[in-house]
Write a protein that binds this ligand. Structure first.
Ligand code: IMP
Ligand code: MG
Length: 179
């Protein structure tokens, strides 16, 4: 285990098993349809790769990079697009995926943005859900694990761009960020 990790919250096997289950559920819901999975860079990347490999419906992938304005201080929920999708979304079944829903502002804003793009449908999937931290009403259509209000890293999640490559989700030692 990495020395800055307090505790492994979800190990690799548990993550992969649950993500495969989510893929089965999503495949069932979109049976007979085609899907465009859009991952929010960079955090969603590991979850998205694991998820899409197990989908049985015809699937395309794309990426979006946004920076969200202050969770906590500002409740505007506005997102700034840093890197947009490469495709026209009109008529597509879009599944937006992210690593974790925290305040809910990011996914809410991204969904509002996509509502202006004439998609056939829009749903949201998150690997982790910090339910108790929500500032706005935001219930992902699919989620992997509900987790407590702890700062976690790994499997795509970072602290100052570090720890994304850890193959598990772990609680970061407070001493790392409470200096
Ligand atoms: P929200 O708009 O507050 O829901 O923000 C969600 C975003 O905050 C996620 O996409 C992550 O980038 C980041 N985030 C929230 N909680 C954590 C965490 O525990 N570890 C790492 N990143 C987090
Ligand atoms: Mg993120």
């Amino acid at each position: 285990m990495h020395p800055n990790i307090e505790k492994v919250l979800i190990d690799e096997k548990t993550l992969k098993t649950r993500i495969a289950e989510m893929a089965a559920e999503i495949s069932k819901d979109y049976e007979g349809e085609e899907l465009l999975v859009i991952g929010l860079l960079k955090g969603a990347s590991y979850f998205m790769m694991e998820l899409t490999q197990h989908l049985s419906v015809p699937t395309q992938i794309d990426f979006l990079k946004v920076s969200s304005y202050g969770s906590g201080t500002s409740t505007s929920g506005k997102v700034d697009i840093q890197f947009d999708t490469s495709r026209n979304l009109a008529g597509k079944n879009v599944l937006i995926v992210d690593d974790v829903v925290d305040s809910g502002l990011t996914l809410k804003a991204v969904r509002e943005l996509f509502r202006t793009r004439n998609c056939k449908s829009i749903r949201l999937a998150a690997m982790l859900d910090k339910k108790e931290r929500r500032l706005v009403k935001m219930v992902p259509d699919y989620y992997g694990f509900v987790i407590p209000d702890e700062f976690v890293v790994g499997f795509g999640l970072d602290y100052n761009e570090d720890y994304r490559t850890l193959p598990y989700v772990g609680i970061l030692k407070r001493s790392v960020y409470e200096k």
